[in-house]
Design a protein around this ligand. Structure first.
Ligand code: IMP
Length: 200
């Protein structure tokens, strides 16, 4: 069985990727290879960050690897918070980095007068395998709701309603229903298609 490292320790992401890749690949986490250091994520694009993380693991641990980066792109904010989605609240004086509640409050406040609430989640996965670098993109279009709804998911899920879900927010959907249409699910499916073809 082929082995690949995913540059994350996020159990939710690992589970999602393992489900989509199926039994053809063993996907290991950073913990599994003994990597405990903070991996640099200093690029100003999703592509740059994903590649930076995958290359770091490849260079330091000598393994084939993939890494992802995700951003929420809001039209009324010219694509912000984008690559800064995890830090959006903190960058604007709302709590700590990675605080989902602060991020959401910051976004709702910034959109109070907005004429459009159109937005999209975009995930980029970078794969470094067999000396080659590849990028895979997944997008889900939707809109930012006026207030939080639902209890499922994480991050911006309570205020993001994908076009395909008839007004429901990601936080009102089961994990399976979300994965079927989500940005990360779509990017992961492209990765899986490539891996299955390339590794025949
Ligand atoms: P990361 O690249 O997966 O670490 O995500 C960057 C930021 O986007 C974090 O603030 C996450 O909470 C948010 N984010 C990523 N994926 C999702 C999602 O599926 N739903 C809601 N928020 C997300």
């Amino acid at each position: 069985m082929k082995e690949l490292i995913m540059a994350t320790n996020n159990a939710h992401k690992l589970e999602e990727v393992r489900q989509i890749l199926g039994s053809a690949f063993t996907v290991k986490s950073l913990n599994d290879i003994g990597c405990t250091e903070d991996i640099p994520e200093t690029a100003d694009t999703l592509e740059g960050n994903a590649l930076q993380k995958a290359l770091y693991i490849h260079e330091h641990y000598g393994v084939d690897c993939f890494a992802d980066d995700t951003g929420l792109e809001v039209d009324a904010l010219n694509g912000a918070p984008g690559v800064y989605s995890a830090r959006f609240g903190a960058m604007n004086g709302y709590g700590e980095s990675h605080d989902a509640d602060a991020n959401i409050q910051c976004l709702l406040d910034k959109l109070k007068e907005a004429e459009t609430r159109k937005a999209r989640f975009r995930t980029v996965i970078a794969l470094v395998q067999g000396g080659k670098e590849m990028l895979f993109e997944g997008i889900v279009e939707g809109k930012i709701l006026q207030q939080r709804v639902g209890n499922e998911g994480f991050g911006y899920d309570p205020i993001f309603a994908p076009v395909e879900a008839n007004g429901l927010a990601f936080a009102q959907m089961s994990a399976e229903a979300k994965n079927a249409i989500s940005h990360r699910g779509r990017a992961t499916k492209k990765l899986a298609e490539y891996l299955c073809q390339y590794n025949k």
